[in-house]
Design a protein around this ligand. Sequence first.
Ligand code: ZN
Length: 207
Amino acid sequence: MIKAFRQFSPNARSKLTHGSKTSILWIVLLQARRFTLGKMAGHDACLAEFSEMVRDIMAKNCANISHVEVPTELLHPTVKRNRGLDTSVESSGRAPTDPGEPEQKKQKGSMEHPYSTELAEFFKGSLRDAGNPKLGAIAIYCGITKEQLLPDFAKQDCRQFLVMGTCMFGKGCKFHHRTANKTQIETIKDKFKRFKTDPLGMKGEKK
Ligand SMILES: [Zn+2]
């Protein structure tokens, strides 16, 4: 039967109606059920509808394939994909990837960008030693303003989150919370060198 279908031109395959395909699968199911019952030999091993169907497929006469016992729900196109009996190459190949793709995309879209672990490591001890100063204060301590810290900084991104990993607005922040890229990490490390090597000096200056 599969071999007979392979003889079909792509055009002929595309012309197979939902009704014929459903009927074919239904008949295959009936035949499989019969085999399951152990009726595999003898002149009545194959159901009349099965033999007839195979003959029709080989004769490329699929429009005639129908079976009065096919449940009406199955003939409705919306139930088509839920049958799980379709043995045709097209649907078995597509089924596992199709539903997965949009889900993955959704997950990526809603996923929060994490704070750079490298920056977290860089600030960890120094922030505590300096008494948790604000970003602007650290910048000034290092001889710059926080605006001067990242020259290639995008306006729509949240500077506070990118550099410090914390933002008082959290998810409600109107700016994008992005992870610092390599260049930004290097720039921050370089410009905040004084803060890193002498965080206590910052505390001293304050007092
Ligand atoms: Zn923010």
